[in-house]
Design a binder for this molecule. Structure first.
Ligand code: PRP
Ligand code: ZN
Length: 288
């Protein structure tokens, strides 16, 4: 025991690369983890544990890991006592019903009497209880999508991200059960030591600045001096923009941090008011 904060992440799968990317953005130096189950950051008091995603909620609950990065779908399915510390905004996917291409399913009532194959029996059970439905659940741990063509189940209830897996099995999307994304979780029953609590506070500070940065972009452009007022009003800037003079006395350079999703809404107006040389740059970190 080295006193480091232990962070569980998925060993191999949908969330692995993005989880590591987030940690690196936070400034943690993590050496090549391939084939290792345990890695310490070189410059911060954290250790990474690489685990199967299905095991992460329980390990976090029991304090084997102090925090974990795992899909909301997995957390919801495991009946564990953990708290969601942050929603991380990546690994978005949907737990939904997949049905044969030639079938219609538009309302939960139509599930009565059906046989559903799923790796999420607990979530599905709850869903059926909520909607007062009596259907049979067949729990399968992998390759759920093949069940209808094998004649084992009518429909499946599984994670859909791109939809490729459903299509490959001649199934189509139907009703949604749960929207999911990567979460940072901690135990609901094991308290951290004072020392680890301190590491966690600094860890979260860095996670938060990385998450804020991800939602923002740095906009740079040149504008005619007489458009400054109207362009300033167009910018949904987080702070007031930086204005710089240029060699051409009729022109100004404007720099501003803007919400990423606003760029395409304002681009036409910027051009209309004479903006040129428009650059949109990623922001790696933002301290707020
Ligand atoms: C899910 C699901 C499908 C696939 C769907 O598995 O079981 O196999 O993803 O993704 P698609 O719509 O992009 O084709 P997941 O990656 O969660 O693997 P796991 O259950 O083995 O952890
Ligand atoms: Zn899994």
């Amino acid at each position: 025991m080295n006193g480091n904060l232990k962070i569980a992440i998925q060993k191999k799968g949908r969330l692995t690369e993005k989880s590591l990317e987030l940690l690196k953005t936070c400034g943690f130096e993590i050496e090549n983890y391939k084939e290792r189950l345990f890695v310490s950051a070189r410059n911060f008091k954290i250790d990474l544990l690489f685990l199967r995603d299905d095991d992460i909620p329980e390990y976090v609950q029991d304090g084997v890991a102090d925090v974990g990065i795992v899909g909301g779908n997995v957390v919801e399915e495991k009946l564990v006592d953990v708290e969601v510390t942050r929603e991380l905004g990546f690994g978005k996917c949907t737990l939904m019903f997949g049905i044969p291409e030639d079938v219609e399913l538009n309302h939960p009532n139509e599930l009565n009497g059906k046989v559903i194959a799923t790796s999420y029996p607990n979530i599905l059970n709850n869903y059926f209880r909520r909607h007062d439905i009596s259907a049979r659940i067949i729990g399968i741990s992998g390759s759920v999508e093949i069940a209808p063509s094998l004649g084992v189940a009518d429909y499946v209830c599984d994670i859909v991200s791109t939809g490729t897996t459903l299509k490959m099995n001649k199934l189509k999307k139907s009703l949604t059960v749960l929207e999911s994304q990567a979460l940072l979780i901690k135990s609901g029953k094991k308290a951290l030591s004072e020392e680890k609590q301190k590491i966690l506070v600094e860890f979260l500070r860095r996670i938060d600045s990385a998450l804020t940065a991800k939602k923002s972009k740095y906009l740079m452009m040149n504008i005619p001096k007489n458009s400054l007022d109207v362009i300033s009003q167009t910018l949904p800037s987080l702070k007031s923009p930086t204005i710089l003079s240029l060699a051409d006395p009729e022109m100004l350079a404007v720099h501003a941090v803007i919400p990423k999703d606003k760029f395409w809404e304002i681009i036409d107006d910027l051009k209309k008011y004479g903006a040129s040389g428009i650059l949109l740059l990623p922001i790696e970190n933002m301290i707020v």
